[in-house]
Design a protein around this ligand. Sequence first.
Ligand code: MLT
Length: 400
Amino acid sequence: MKVNKHYAELEESYLFSTIAHKVADYQAAHPDKDIIRLGIGDVTLPLAKSVVKALHEASEEQGHKETFHGYIPSEQGYPFLREAIQKYYAGRGVELDTAEIFISDGAKSDLGNLLDLFDVDNTVLVPDPVYPVYVDDNVMAGRRIAYMPANADNGFLPMPNDSLKGDIVYLCSPNNPTGATYTVDQLKVWVDWAKAHKAVILFDAAYECFVSEPGLARSIFEVEGAKECAIEVCSFSKIAGFTGTRCGYTVVPQALEREGMSLNKMWLRRQTTKFNGVAYIVQRAAAAVFTEEGMKEIQENLDYYRRNAAVIGAALDKAGVWYCGGKNSPYIWLKCPGNMGSWQFFDWLLETAGVVGTPGEGFGACGEGYFRLTAFGDADRTKEAADRILAAIKTLPSGC
Ligand code: MLT
């Protein structure tokens, strides 16, 4: 018996587990300390009323022989949800066939599962810093990874050039962790590059609902030609608070072919073999997100998080700390004050202000010296955290 030795190449634990353990140890040693957690991007508002109503109704259906749902109709997802997603995209001028939409239990799972479609002998391009799942999934599989630095010089949005070589490219926009967001024109450059190099883009659109400025893309399929080179992965976690309910979707276009094979057909084959679909009641809940009432309620929740981002941003402005994000994204990416390293700032902020964030270095070497705060917290606690951060930074000898 041989184990997958690539696991030995991973960090000992997943970034957010490491942070959770560190904070738990600290809290155990300081039981009276009031800690505010703005680390992992987990939502704090409950599910919208329409969503809860749909969950109740669907649960009731499952309790009656006439309305009970088992495996059928398909591992790809119920037509009512795929049609609702199709309509959501059409509202932005993107035409999808429902056969291109696959319901999943969340973006994180599919970002790893999609790798089943690709040979291990491929080079994967990932931005640095980046959502650690992209890297870890490929390390586990033993794939070559090449990093594309994302820094203040390129606005944290790496772009391709003719010398760039790679087969699979991960792009996340609005970006986790930096909040930087590609314009449709910038994504067109990526699409042209991918088509010319026969590469496939895995586009993580989990935060698309936060885009509010014109010209910024919410889907890579807003770019002409993207269906020939991209797969889009999305989630109900951030738009509708499904972090504990679990539902997402992946769009694999029918026009996407490599080496004479249809990736859409391959993905369908993979899903029908390895996946039995998402719970009926959860799919009903997800469909409620796209109703008129659901969308209204969800926009109120998104505005609540946007206000949190503005509160954090205002405190950083007052403290004279450089940051980006927070406008089209729930994440604020800041330069650690006092020239601190990102883990050093993590410890300092926890000790001085009792606030938890995510060290930039946890997202990649280029994140060193940066720090991520989430706007998904409770509003009062976020205000309290922002006040504490400002007060703490003011105690630094050189200010920032
Ligand atoms: C994050 O904090 O980066 C995200 O919440 C993690 C995730 O969505 O899996």
